[in-house]
Design a protein around this ligand. Structure first.
Ligand SMILES: C[S@@+](CC[C@H](N)C(=O)[O-])C[C@H]1O[C@@H](n2cnc3c(N)ncnc32)[C@H](O)[C@@H]1O
Length: 260
């Protein structure tokens, strides 16, 4: 992982499996957004922070671009994107999204999902990416607005995740800040929030996998003892195996579209 990384979730096999589950859980919400906000059959579509390539596949299947470029700074994810989405008309590139190669230029569509949340200066990134659009191009942003649940193990996990991200100058629920900063932007085309409830069992499984990737980070172990962390992991396990007894969980996703 690049030393300039703000990315705290890593690119281990467990992290990739979490993104796979996330990919299928969030698929329809994202597909609807892309279909309604981006032009069909664009010459160039770009997936920034593509992870293992689930969003790249969605972009390609929804829009049928002549060329789709996927960019991520994790070599493992670039390889997985190439395997999952590669082939004719799709290319996976290893690069920092804050230092894009020249060929990411004149794009008709640039798509980012759950990436700004990991960047220390998200608004600077938005400016940088808009420069890579063609004159009629659109930048599609999909980020977390809120995650609401009353299920105790999910609440405990989310509180800890918020604290961990804050310690790394990242923000889990970045949507309200994006709304505030971008709502009067002259290039803003649309700004909406969509609601989505994947089920407590799926959420607990995603959270459990994610927890496994960051629970041993020093800022987490310094602030929480091992018994407390074990209790959170066990609670997530209980919800994952008996989701029928659990309270619901609802994501709100902010979906923004900006022109060049
Ligand atoms: C939460 S994942 C989202 C993946 C994918 N967009 C999705 O929604 O399934 C964020 C991805 O952004 C990548 N990433 C984070 N910061 C990056 C940077 N500065 N440059 C390139 N990739 C970055 C990570 O490696 C990871 O694959």
């Amino acid at each position: 992982m690049s030393p300039s990384s703000d990315y705290t979730f890593g690119d281990s096999e467990l992290a990739a499996r979490r993104l796979e589950l996330l990919g299928s859980a969030f698929q329809e919400t994202t597909r609807n957004f892309i279909a309604s906000a981006a032009p069909a059959e664009p010459a160039l579509a770009v997936d920034l922070g593509s992870g293992p390539g689930h969003t790249t596949v969605l972009l390609r299947e929804t829009l049928h671009p002549a060329l789709t470029l996927a960019v991520d700074f994790s070599p493992a994810y670039v390889e997985q994107t190439a395997e999952r989405a590669g082939g004719e008309g799709v290319e996976a590139i290893e690069a920092d999204v804050l230092d894009l190669p020249e060929r990411v230029t004149g794009a008709d569509v640039i798509f980012v999902r759950m990436l700004l949340t990991h960047l220390r200066d998200p608004l600077a990134a938005v400016d940088l990416w808009r420069e890579r659009l063609g004159p009629d191009g659109v930048l599609l942003i999909e980020e977390v607005e809120s995650i609401a649940t009353e299920e105790r193990p999910l609440v405990r996990y989310l509180d800890l995740q918020r604290a961990m991200l804050t310690a790394n100058e990242n923000r889990l629920e970045i949507g309200p800040g994006l709304d505030q900063s971008l709502r009067d932007h002259p290039a803003l085309r649309s700004n909406e929030v969509t609601t989505f409830s994947p089920g407590a069992g799926v959420a607990a499984r995603m959270f459990g996998m994610n927890f496994g990737t960051w629970r041993d980070r020093p800022e987490v172990t310094a602030a929480n003892d091992a018994a407390e962390l074990d209790a959170i992991a066990a609670g997530l396990g209980r919800v994952a195996t008996a989701p029928e007894d659990a309270a619901p969980i609802t994501w709100q996703m902010r979906q923004l579209v900006l022109g060049a």
